[in-house]
Design a protein around this ligand. Structure first.
Ligand code: COA
Length: 545
């Protein structure tokens, strides 16, 4: 599903996650934080090498079933490589290696730090010193010669374009060695410049209801994690094909961007929250000064320079079109929803349906990812939340809202709500227990393409493409920390809507394209707020009876 998609990775595919911002950092502190991440990654890799992550089990709905752990073993050993007709995922099996390394990206340059010497882990203070040397070196180089050619930008282009350009790049052995080093690293650590507060200006001036930390708001921070902010900011400081890219900026804003094909958000969030915990311990500051390693040197012909410029222009247009909005609903959270004896996830899905209906007077094909890790190699299936029951309920809710307090429709609305909740919950449980339809159909479709002369009619039917035009692409990404993950919409006239149900609030990460006249994350957030508040009132009317 991922590898066959030729769209550019930033915005269209790679999610970004904002971690709880730290205070503005000195260079030494920023480097110490990078070093803590690096040592944490190495320790985690050693656990993976020995097959040592604890077996997880389902905590509800056929509680105790073992969950497939394969995804976890791919996070630090994988890189996506562009190819035609479909990309490849290069994964090395986890096994103890005498050498492990990370790539530090700074001012568009890539530097290698080896984390082991003679098979033993390098001290954290030495890694911090190496990162400090790198930042100083990259800064000096960029102020002396201007920014170096931003080869990383090539990874932002359409996959088929990048596949062709990569062949040009690979004509040089030096370039091949560089790409091999990036691909085989544990992860990238991107030492970023903060995005200016003027970035994402619309949300800041538009009676913004999101959460601000210092001068930057959370939407601005999410832009940095999802795409870097454009070629004038940090987009060149990335290698979007690499599974894990940690992003640290000196103002204390940090998080990561990840390439989606090897794993789902759940696995990634677990690893990152484990690293986050380790960063809460006092950091180890660089004690010595170490000369920086050389940045990777690229051999670039004239056409490659042109391709970098084209990629810059393409990615800049793409991200300028991204309408993003981090909306924190502070009215209530999952604890109150649970008290109403309903699954918080089902409830939030219904709120999303109501929000969409109010704006569009119709429902739309909706995708919600359902983890299918109860099955070997299971990833996700699709909970289709736009049901007939949801439709009947949202229509009744809009009637109720229009009639106000005088309405005598609340009884009927409650009945329809119960039916919609029951349907949504059933759909959710069916999916996580392996009774979903989408992955099954995807498998049949792929098998038909490979084995039959013509595609079966069902896959050519207009209804099938309508069914898969997900104008609402949703996903629960829950976290222990006060973090959130976001991604772009999957169709031009659609919304991306990830959510993180907290105890007494819900964080939504809403996205759409500015060039689509029928969508607006600002309007969607307002409609969502109205939906969540009117659902609360509806349920309160039941408890008063
Ligand atoms: N009454 C009271 N409490 C209820 C309830 C009810 N009727 N139904 C559920 N709850 C409780 C649950 O016990 C759970 O409690 P906990 O917080 O103590 O664990 C909590 O409410 C949340 O349950 P629910 O909202 O039903 O959802 P969930 O946590 O089981 O998640 C999915 C549902 C579909 C999101 C989850 O199964 C899943 O598949 N997650 C993976 C999604 C994914 O892959 N995302 C990333 C894509 S990149």
């Amino acid at each position: 599903m991922y590898l066959g998609n030729t769209l550019a990775l930033p915005v269209n595919s790679n999610p970004g996650m904002v971690l709880p911002p730290r205070s503005p950092m000195t260079l030494a502190e920023q480097c110490a934080l990078a070093a803590r991440l690096a040592t944490g990654l190495l320790k985690h890799k050693e656990v993976l090498d020995h097959g040592g992550i604890a077996q997880e089990r389902a905590t509800s709905r056929e509680k105790g079933q073992p969950l497939c752990m394969t995804q976890f073993y791919r996070l630090l050993t994988t890189c996506r490589v562009p190819s035609v007709p479909r990309d490849m995922l290069i994964t090395e099996p986890c096994s103890p290696r005498s050498q492990e390394h990370i790539i530090v990206a700074c001012k568009n340059q890539f530097y290698v730090i080896f984390l082991k010497k003679d098979g033993c882990a390098v001290g954290e203070d030495l890694i911090a010193a190496a990162v400090q040397g790198i930042v100083k070196d990259a800064t000096a180089r960029s102020s002396m010669n201007g920014l170096q050619p931003a080869v990383g930008l090539l990874t932002t282009d359409r996959r088929d374009t990048w596949a062709q350009v990569r062949e040009l790049l690979a004509q040089s052995d030096k370039n091949c060695d560089n790409m091999e080093l990036i691909q085989s690293s544990l992860a990238l650590i991107c030492m970023d410049d903060p995005l200016p507060t003027s970035f994402n200006y619309r949300a800041l001036t538009d009676n913004y209801k999101g959460h601000k930390v210092g001068a930057r708001d959370e939407t601005n921070m999410a832009h940095q994690m999802i795409h870097g902010g454009g070629s004038a900011f940090n987009t060149s400081n990335r290698w979007f094909d690499k599974t894990m890219q940690f992003v640290l900026s000196s103002d204390g804003v940090w998080g990561f961007c990840y390439e989606h094909s090897p794993a789902e958000g759940v696995a990634v969030v677990q690893l990152v929250e484990q690293l986050l915990k380790q960063t809460e311990e006092p950091l180890t500051y660089p004690k010595t000064s170490i000369p920086a390693p050389q940045p990777l040197q690229w051999q670039l012909s004239g056409p490659l320079h042109q391709h970098i410029q084209n990629a810059a222009s393409n990615v800049n247009s793409l991200l300028q079109d991204l309408d993003l909005y981090i909306y924190r609903f502070l009215g209530y959270g999952k604890d109150s929803i649970k008290l109403c004896k309903v699954s918080p996830d089902a409830y939030i899905q219904l709120a999303l349906q109501l929000a969409y209906f109010r704006l569009n007077q119709k429902l739309t094909a909706t995708y919600e990812s359902a983890g299918t890790r109860r099955f070997r190699m299971g990833r996700v299936d699709c909970i289709r939340s736009a049901s007939l029951e949801a439709m009947a309920w949202v229509e009744a809710m809009c009637r109720l809202e229009a009639e106000g307090a005088a309405s005598n429709h609340s009884e009927m609305c409650l009945e329809l709500y119960d039916k919609a909740v029951a349907k949504q919950t059933l759909e959710m449980v069916d999916n996580i227990l392996g009774q979903g339809i989408d992955i099954h159909l995807l498998g049949l479709n792929k098998a038909a393409k490979e084995n039959l002369h013509s595609e079966p009619e069902i896959f050519l039917d207009k209804a099938f493409s309508k069914l898969n035009h997900f104008s609402l692409s949703t996903s629960q990404v829950s976290t222990v920390s006060d973090s959130f993950m976001g991604y772009g919409p999957v169709v031009h006239d659609g919304y991306g809507a990830s959510y993180n149900p907290r105890k007494d609030s819900i964080i939504f990460c809403l996205s759409a394209f500015k060039s689509c006249e029928s969508t607006s994350t600002w309007k969607f957030a307002n409609s969502l707020e109205k939906s969540l508040l009117s659902m609360q009132q509806l349920l309160a009317s039941r408890s008063r009876k």
